[in-house]
Design a protein around this ligand. Structure first.
Ligand code: FES
Length: 123
């Protein structure tokens, strides 16, 4: 895990070649390393887009409209290669839901208008 986290921190993703190299160095099978990489959502196998919106889909945020915020945000950014909208499950900000991370920064009480305002300069 520390090696995979280091690769993510350095390169933003873990390539197929990286998986093979890690497996070789740690005397593991490629399948074992790939299994870990594909299991954890924080690991990715392709370079990240310029911007990321990670919206909470856990219970507390869903109870205050998180599902609608997610759907509206996905629709608003559909077709953009520079923005990834993804789901996460609890950011520890439950009292201020719907919560999300915009380029790694935590925000609460999100709605589609607020997200649009916060990401307006991403174009
Ligand atoms: S349930 Fe969304 S931050 Fe905890």
């Amino acid at each position: 895990m520390p090696v995979l986290r280091d690769l993510m921190e350095e390169f933003g993703h873990i390539s197929r070649d990286d998986v093979a190299t890690v497996a070789d160095v740690l005397n593991l099978s490629v399948a074992e390393v790939h299994g870990v990489v594909s299991f954890y959502h924080d690991f990715r196998t392709t370079p990240p887009p310029a911007h990321t919106i990670a919206l909470c889909r856990a219970e507390a945020c869903q109870s205050v409209g998180g599902e609608q915020v997610f759907a509206e945000t996905v629709a608003a950014h559909e077709g953009r290669d520079d923005v990834e909208v993804r789901e996460v499950f609890c950011l520890g900000n439950c009292a201020l839901g719907p919560s999300g991370m915009l380029d790694g920064r935590l925000h609460g009480r999100l709605d589609a208008d607020r997200i649009a305002a916060l990401t307006g300069d991403w174009r």
